[in-house]
Design a protein around this ligand. Structure first.
Ligand code: DNO
Length: 399
């Protein structure tokens, strides 16, 4: 395959065994040391141990996702400096023995957010779903965030109230868990934790978050470059403000701003098509073309929007024009190769798959959206699409 096909693997605890992954058609692995707490050093030994494990299965460790950014860095707390130093040291260690593409995000408090992790689709599969009314009910009546009413229309407030009153205790518990307690390496998050974290962002503006991102990047990008690595930022998911917090990587303008902040090839983008697609005014293919030469990694997936809600569509369905996107990615690789860039191959992974077939009979996957079969179907579709594009448009490049 022309683009580098990878599969995310959550480490030895992942119910998808590492040695099954070559059967999906992937050659690369995307993983993190999820057992290392946020803000702690990734040692050379730990990185090497993981790398050997991956290579023993006949695979390559292509991408780190993620090297997490401690909240103190995002809030610019006094300890930020020290956490940035640790981050730089982890990068140096990665540069010695690990993969060169390093993913991170700069979303305050919560990473990606959905309200239902098992939304039933007409074909019987289940998918990840974000429902605005349910999220409002969570903020208003479960988290009880001060001032949350101001973020919603009267109609949504009314619907959220009705919805919440109809919930059983169990359903309310499930909603809470779906929203706040789903992140690998960050399990067991409580409402109190979220309230504490939110308190630290009280009165926080977008400008302040940008300033903290700048302070972070101006230190870590040179360290990454010297280590032979590239930092790639994951978009906000969903691509807009939630919980009254600023989000800064959601639109085409945000992409330009980020790249200009530290104008260095080691300051790159993890182009998550699915995250960007959950916003009506985002033209995903145009966004890709606007930053193609700085894309170090791609998440290929798509969403469908319905009113204020959205759900994860199939990899070739939904709002993303996957044909045009994959074609643009192939063309970017051709350009890189012609320019003699050694990093010309772009790792791609089928992001979030639906739960399908036998996976529906198993206990729910501890990593929602990361069952084996749905993603395997996605990767197979994407590889087929890519082969079709390459054979019909650029056959000579395949030699
Ligand atoms: C969701 C993922 C994100 C992503 C992080 C990167 O499935 O795409 O959790 O890994 O935001 O830091």
């Amino acid at each position: 395959m022309f683009l580098e096909p990878t599969f995310r693997w959550y480490g030895p605890e992942d119910p998808v065994p590492l040695n099954f992954i070559p059967q999906t058609g992937a050659t690369g692995i995307v993983t993190s040391l999820h057992y290392v707490p946020y803000g702690k050093l990734w040692t050379e030994e730990a990185i090497l141990e993981r790398r050997k494990m991956i290579e023993a299965a006949g695979l390559t460790w292509s991408v780190v996702e993620s090297l997490p950014v401690h909240e103190d860095i995002k809030t610019g707390a006094p300890a930020a400096k020290q956490y940035i130093e640790v981050y730089k040291q982890s990068l140096r260690n990665l540069g010695k023995v690990g993969p060169r593409v390093i993913t991170y995000n700069f979303m305050p408090v919560l990473d990606w957010v959905r309200t239902d992790l098992h939304h039933r689709m007409p074909d019987g599969s289940t998918t990840l779903f974000f429902d605005e009314v349910q999220f409002a009910a969570f903020e208003l009546f479960i988290l009880k965030r001060e001032g949350a009413e101001a973020d919603y229309s009267a109609d949504t407030l009314h619907k959220a109230d009705e919805y919440f009153r109809g919930l059983s205790d169990h359903e309310s518990f499930r909603l809470r868990r779906s929203i706040i307690d789903n992140f690998p390496g960050f399990k067991g998050v409580t409402l109190e934790d979220v309230r504490d974290m939110l308190a630290r962002y009280r009165g926080f503006t977008r400008e302040r978050l940008e300033e903290n991102l700048y302070n972070f990047l101006s230190e870590v990008v040179p360290a990454a470059r010297d280590a032979g690595c590239i930092m790639v930022i994951h978009p906000d998911d969903p691509p807009r403000s939630i919980l009254g917090l600023p989000r800064i990587f959601s639109t085409i303008d945000d992409i330009q701003k980020l790249l200009g902040m530290v104008d260095d090839p080691a300051n790159g983008v993890c182009f998550c098509a699915g995250s960007f697609s959950a916003r009506r005014d985002n033209d995903v293919v145009r966004m890709f073309k606007s930053c193609a030469d700085r894309v170090g990694f791609m998440h290929l997936r798509s969403t469908q929007i319905e009113g204020g809600n959205f759900y994860e569509a199939s990899h070739l369905g939904g709002r993303v024009d996957m044909y045009e996107l994959v074609k643009a990615a192939c063309e970017e690789q051709i350009r890189r190769r012609k320019a003699g860039r050694s990093d010309w191959r772009i790792p791609i992974r089928p992001d979030h798959g639906p739960d399908i077939m036998d996976d529906l009979l198993k206990p729910p996957c501890p990593n929602p959206g990361y069952g084996g079969l749905g993603r395997m179907r996605g990767l197979a579709e994407l590889r087929g699409l890519e082969l079709g594009i390459m054979r019909s448009h650029y056959p000579a490049e395949l030699n």
